[in-house]
Design a protein around this ligand. Structure first.
Ligand code: F3S
Length: 755
């Protein structure tokens, strides 16, 4: 579907030379991860060894993918940079906004009506800027990327945390925020801390009830939800080669659950088979020619301890099926120990719902193997005792498995097929229950199982397992069922045992689809008008931010002096505010409402010096802005930690905050503030935080000589007539100071593009 063969040809043509140069520069054999990273270095970085876990490096990814919730602000921003089209191949996927309620067709119709303005916007802006658009119902971003765009040795970013799914096809694919997508689409270098590399050696071969999902459930148990932070996980060994490409995708997908930057596998026969089955025999042929560069060097895999930061070994011959949860994906139980755990920890013993599919587990292999369990059950006089749902990952998968009788097999035991979308995985699930507050158990083949994620009920214990195990458990209706050892009683009162699952890796009759749901962009998008209703409360075109002027930095007021932890959630809350992600003015009503005011220990209650009264933060900010009063935000350590969401920088900027002065920044937020043309400053002496009084005026007295490596000076005018002078640091380089002078990084690009 319009994948870019020219791009892949170019990447592969340059690959041998680039890998050889990187090997020479580092003076040692390379992991696959390093091959991909060093062959995607941005020219701004010299070719030299970068310290893993230390150096920040600029890269040039090959592609960008965006889902509908995050694409809105990313594309609204992209519009500002003045480019006629995106700098790298990019796609938008409408998958997150469809509520699962009554089944695929009905739910899709409702979503199309309710989200029409968002879909129209995404469709027209994609058309205009040469972006591939996947309509609602086409499927889930990561499944579609795997089926159409991922290629071995490539590097991509995606505005969704499970973008690493494309590692199943040998990519380094990293989940990012919208601001990063804007950088890459606008042709700017993209920055990442050079990751560490964790090696996972897989020996043996999967069999019986054990699946690729159990590999990552086991790894999650070993590494925990934080164990992969700042690292790329590279799988290798005979066990890796024996697994299907889509199974590898499942493992990489759930690498997000251990905090990994991404996960990947070396190119092998399974990837070649998958590429050919998904109509990309030409990519497979090209990859075959450079295969040695699409996997780690043999010396690395022979002596992994020498080249990886950490090595884990898993024997697939002895690996048991796992069930992980509740509430956290790293609480791992082998199936043989799970029934006892249900007793010991008091998990509700009735399995109320089993849910299979999602971006994590909806390959042909997953669904065929699960369907064979369903067929075996039906033949033995069983039906699903639990509610049972199936979410296909794409229309191509759905159409193919329907043709092959797989969906029918699920329906025959009581399964309900939902739309090709995220649905229950992201809480878009109108669950049928007589008591939405009851403590209960569900098992999914999805990836995340945090409290409230699926149905909003904190009493729901969500567990994750393979689709095969979920299907078997749903048939039993019991959390204590172990299909490897236990029998079930059928409609005739006989004891029967489910056979271990079997299935095809790829459809024997090939994939098929009538309408994949893809909309190619216009050949010439210059005349396309981007559809945004001026009356919309969900979408709003952006206005370029005006550069900060020196006089605005004199006699500023402190909007809030935040006390303690102030994450991006405190600055721009999620939850119901997600609706307004595409409307800067409306979402700015949540600006800093979660931050604690150091002057009164309250949230969302700050003094407004224009009235002398206390108001919500956004209200005071607006009053200052509209009366020409400059504003500064003061904070403590690691200010802006959490997500990379650019709204946390755009909202204060929109509300007239010019500077943020803290003890230290979370790096991504600091960069986001810089990109929006604001001043991100840190105390030279952290104790000076205490000098800032509620009724001070704050002036940056030497902004006109703002320069790289040079401190700025702040003068505090206290109400009693006294003054304090405070030195502050910054990390702006010359290019970033140009962003401030232009009003924002995008304004600067526009100046360069449009002149
Ligand atoms: Fe969607 Fe859940 Fe995957 S939200 S992208 S199906 S993790």
């Amino acid at each position: 579907m319009a994948f870019d063969i020219d791009l892949i040809q170019k990447v592969y043509a340059e690959l041998p030379g680039k890998v050889a140069a990187a090997r020479k520069a580092l003076g040692r054999p390379l992991t696959l991860t390093e091959k991909i990273l060093y062959t995607h270095l941005h020219p701004e970085n010299p070719l030299q060894e970068y310290q893993r876990g230390g150096d920040y490096v600029f890269f040039q990814p090959d592609r960008v993918a965006m889902q509908d919730a995050t694409a809105q602000m990313a594309l609204l921003q992209f519009m500002m940079c003045g480019r006629e089209k995106v700098a790298v191949p990019s796609t938008v996927h409408c998958d997150h906004l469809i509520l699962a309620k009554d089944g695929a067709d009905q739910d899709l119709a409702v979503a199309n009506a309710e989200n029409k303005e968002v879909y129209d916007f995404l469709s027209t802006i994609s058309d205009k800027y040469n972006i591939g658009f996947w309509k609602p119902g086409a499927g889930i971003i990561h499944q579609i990327v795997l089926e159409n765009y991922a290629f071995p040795g490539g590097m991509m970013i995606g505005t969704d945390s499970h973008t690493p799914n494309a590692g199943g096809l040998g990519m380094v694919a990293i989940g990012v925020g919208g601001a990063d997508a804007v950088d890459v689409m606008a042709g700017m270098p993209w920055e990442l801390k050079q990751p560490k590399v964790i090696g996972v050696k897989l020996t043996g071969k999967l069999s019986g009830w054990t699946t690729p999902k159990d590999v990552i459930l086991k790894v999650a148990g070993i590494l925990t939800v934080k164990g992969g932070t700042g690292a790329i996980v590279e799988y290798f060994g005979e066990g890796a080669r024996s697994m299907s490409c889509t199974g590898k995708g499942t493992i990489c997908n759930m690498g997000a659950e251990i905090g990994a930057t991404t996960s990947t596998f070396g190119y092998d026969e399974s990837m070649s088979r998958y590429l050919k089955a998904t109509d990309r025999a030409d990519v497979a042929a090209l990859a075959d020619q450079v295969a040695e560069h699409l996997t780690g060097d043999p010396e690395v895999y022979a002596n992994p301890e020498q080249y990886f930061d950490r090595v884990i070994e898993i024997d697939l011959n002895t690996l048991e099926p796992h069930i992980n949860g509740p509430y956290t994906p790293d609480r791992a139980f082998p199936i043989s120990e799970f029934a006892a755990a249900v007793e010991e920890f008091g998990f509700p013993p009735v399995l109320e719902v089993g849910l299979i599919g999602s971006c994590t587990n909806s390959s042909y292999e997953d669904l065929d193997r699960a369907a064979n369990i369903a067929k075996d059950a039906a033949a033995k006089g069983l039906r699903a005792k639990s509610e049972f749902t199936i979410t296909p990952g794409s229309e191509q998968i759905r159409f193919t498995v329907e043709r092959d009788g797989i969906l029918q097999a699920f329906e025959d035991i009581g399964g309900v097929v939902l739309a090709n979308a995220c649905g229950p995985c992201i809480g878009q699930w109108a669950r049928h229950t007589d008591d939405p507050n009851r403590a209960n158990s569900i098992i999914t083949s999805f990836n995340r199982n945090f409290a409230k994620r699926n149905d909003g009920n904190p009493q729901t214990r969500g567990f994750v397992a393979s689709p095969e195990l979920v299907t078997a458990m749903a048939i039993s209706g019991s959390m204590k069922f172990n299909p490897l050892t236990d029998t079930l009683v059928n409609d005739k009162g006989e004891e029967v045992k489910l056979a271990p699952p079997q299935g095809y890796e790829l459809p024997p009759n090939g994939f098929a689809v009538e309408d994949a749901g893809y909309q190619a962009p216009a050949e010439d998008g210059s005349s396309v008008v981007v559809a945004v209703d001026p009356a919309s409360d969900r979408l709003q075109l952006l206005e370029p931010f005006q550069p900060i002027r020196n006089e605005q930095l004199q006699n500023m007021r402190i909007l809030i002096k935040a006390k303690g932890k102030c994450t991006t959630d405190h600055i721009s809350m999620a939850g119901p505010w997600l609706t307004y992600r595409g409307h800067l003015e409306n979402i700015s009503q949540n600006c800093l409402i979660g931050a604690v005011n150091a002057y009164n220990d309250k949230t969302n209650t700050v003094i407004n010096h224009l009235t002398g009264e206390y108001h919500p933060v956004p209200e005071s900010a607006l009053a200052y802005r509209d009366n020409g009063v400059g504003q500064i935000v003061v904070g403590e350590e690691n200010y802006g930690e959490g997500s990379s969401r650019e709204h946390a920088a755009m909202e204060p900027r929109f509300l007239g905050v010019h500077a943020v002065l803290v003890k230290s920044f979370a790096r991504i937020h600091e960069t986001n503030l810089k990109k929006q043309g604001m001043l991100a400053l840190t105390f030279a002496e952290p104790a000076d935080y205490d000098l800032f009084r509620q009724d001070d005026t704050v002036s940056i007295v030497d902004f006109t000589s703002f320069a790289p490596g040079k401190q700025l000076t702040i003068e505090l005018g206290h109400a009693d007539g006294t003054k304090d002078t405070v030195k502050v640091n910054h990390t702006y380089n010359a290019a970033q100071i140009d962003w401030v002078r232009a009003g924002s990084a995008l304004n600067k690009i526009r100046e360069e593009v449009v002149g």
